[in-house]
Design a protein. Sequence first.
Length: 274
Amino acid sequence: MATRQWFPEVVTGRLIVLRRHTPENLATFLRWYTDPRIAHLARYQQTPMRPDEIERFFAARVVGPDALAMAVHERATDRLVGTCAFSQLDGDNGSALYHITIGEPDAWGHGYGTEATRLMVDHAFETLGLHRIALFVFEFNERAIRAYTRCGFVIEGRSRESIWRDGRWWDELAMSILESDWRRMQTGEDGVPAEAAGPAAPDVMPGPALAGGPALAGGPALAGGPALAGGPAIPVVSAVPGADCEADHEADHEARRVRIGMTDEPGRGFWSRR
């Protein structure tokens, strides 16, 4: 049986194009994730990631054959402006975590993050056959929260006063979208259809892991990961530098053990309830 890919090589939207990452993108990652502005919005620590941590993550989980990350390119210029991904795929329950970083500050507020999120959510439900996509975001990142809400995510809980930033305590919000929510948005049953929503995009959307990046500061790997075409499961480690991840989140979510089965059976997604 031929190996089935998690994502096509290219997914094209109106404003942006999603592509698989290439090794040449490392230099851009190093610039993004050493930027204090990214660290401020996304990390529990206020200091940026170290270059060696970024390089380790990039080699293992951004350009690796089993990475679930996609590069966000500005369609008009083909410039690389961000990255987005799924992590912590739970095959028993058809769920995953979502993460995105728009790393170029001059690309903030142009709708790129919102459209990338819609394309990834569409792929998750329509192609991968998942049931639920979740994310985590700091309360002070209001632009990200608005963008997630436009894409159909709802706030379902919060970790009270979990981060100290700008002289005060802030909550961390848990948000999610279900496949049934997504279907209602496609038909306009739940208000404005997704494609008609406003264009503003989040600056940075933080959360607890991008595409199973390497453990930072010695974080433990999750036991299990996606199995490709009947092959052995790939271990997934939940931590990514910069906007979508934190090594500290590793402990919070270590209990989630992930394994997802793939199938080439016609009419079935990568996950399906059997």
